[in-house]
Design a protein around this ligand. Sequence first.
Ligand code: B12
Ligand code: SF4
Length: 526
Amino acid sequence: MRKLRVAIIDLVTKAPTRRLYARVMNANLASIMPQVVAVWCEEAGHDVTLVCYTGFENLVEELPDNVDIVFIGAFTEAAQLAYSLSNLFRSNGAVTALGGPHARCYPQDARQYFDYVLGFTDKTVIRDVLNDCSQHRPIGMHIAAKQQPTTLPGVVERWKFIEPTLRKSPFLKIVPMIGSLGCPYTCSFCIDSVIPYQPLDFDVIKEDLRFLVRKLRRPRIGWHDPNFGVRFDDCMGAIEEAVPPGSIDFIAESSLSLLSEPRLKRLKRNGCMAILPGIESWYDLGDKSKTGAKNGMDKVLQVSEHVNMILRYIPYVQTNFVFGLDVDKGSEPFELTKRFVDMTPGAFPAYSLLSAFGQAAPSNLEYQRANRVLPFPFHFLDNNQAMNVKPKNYSWPDFYDHVIAVTKHTFSWRSIFNRFRASESTIPRWMNVVRAVSSEGFGRLKYYTELRQRLDADPQFRDYFEQQTHELPQFFADLIRKDLGPLWKWLPKGALYHDQNAYLNSEIDTPLKTVSVSTPLQESCG
Ligand code: B12
Ligand code: SF4
């Protein structure tokens, strides 16, 4: 096969930005898989350029031209940007492939704009795409491995692609690593609720850690495991065997049920600086937070005590919540969250609005069957800018009133000050302030307030939320146009809209035709 010019684009964000928090963090949110795909493409003998878009680059200038094939990794929030890029590259003669959360969640839609849409991706999938490398239009091919890959290239192999991205981060530099895929829990809204837990090779992890302490003064690692520490002893054992205590720092997402006091002591000894447990709801998912059947205020008391205990060992804790779950009714869930914020001042609460990402989770089928999914453009599906599931127990104005009230409380100067005082270390203290005054705290409050006002004042807006019309309110179209900037003209016709029930429809009448790997594809490269 001839040598191909391959471009890989990791869309960490969906739009240009100048925000302080984005400057500090975006390059640290780079995904692992684009780097993995880069390694696999080089291994297959091709020329590879990887661009990680953090919102500060001039994307059009930075993109390589004259490429044969482009792989784009995108979350759903970056789908419209990805579709525009694909269109631009196709117009220059390249073949395009989409991978990542959007491809996994909305394959039917993405196939209209890409030659390949990839689900689970392993080395064989990439090899097959490179061997085929041809146009599949108007409808792209959906290709997926039968399961998650059993092995992934570690940091040593990815370093060549990690290093230039880290250079974009002026203060903090966080190296992305992963020790497991899937999750043993079954939170019905989560993409991993049906994916079996599977650890990756601990020997690769040990080699990577040894490599990093040689390369960097005190490496900081971000574990991308869906749920870090499920095999806690093996994981800690690998770190302890590989590097001396105190030589690395790390951040991980984990569930409260895995964070007992003896484990926290060990996490601290091994350099855990930040942990992001999911609490999600005061009325559900008790297994995950080890609160069993406890609900409401009882759960708040127990979780708050637990998180305060974690904060004695780990300097930074972000607690994740979802608003709008079907178990929530009235003001109580929001009032309880406010109580939690007051009782747990050292933790940074991160709020998500219930979102049904296409075919990510089994519960999405139920929402689609009940006609509760709204067709908000993908651009807004980042867990905050739009909630695409009609709440079961709230009217929209009511729901936003509650969300605004809890956000106001959380990012009031009083709460910001309490958080500042409650953390002892410098980085966590200031990180919390920056997050509060930047897009996440003040920014969201302003945005939610504007949505809320429009729900009363703009009839087209309210009708859209109430599913009386599918015509997108101008407000949303304008935001996308502004964010896409010069790429707006490349957004394919019709790509602002999608079938919000594609998952359900594909189950009923047109099952998605997926090619699993090793089905021979035609061999020809354009
Ligand atoms: C780690 C993680 C993060 C990390 C790292 C993010 C990153 N850039 O990778 C952090 C904490 C920063 C993060 C942030 C966010 N996240 Co997140 N995150 C995850 C998590 C827990 C694991 C993802 C992961 O890396 N898995 C390991 C990889 C190897 O497996 P995989 O993701 O299944 O990918 C497979 C294929 O999709 C494919 N693939 C993946 N990427 C690519 C790229 C290319 C080019 C190719 C060819 C293939 C390919 O190969 C993999 C192997 O089969 C998932 C939930 C989950 N349990 O999966 C949510 C998840 C991906 N996140 C989600 C969301 C919504 C967000 C945020 C928007 C939340 C927010 N409001 O801030 C932000 C967006 C940040 C951004 N744009 O980068 C959603 C995405 C839904 C969607 N369709 O967009 C998920 C699915 C959680 C959910 N709600 O169910 N996240
Ligand atoms: S514990 Fe986290 S990763 Fe696991 S199923 Fe629940 S939300 Fe998903």
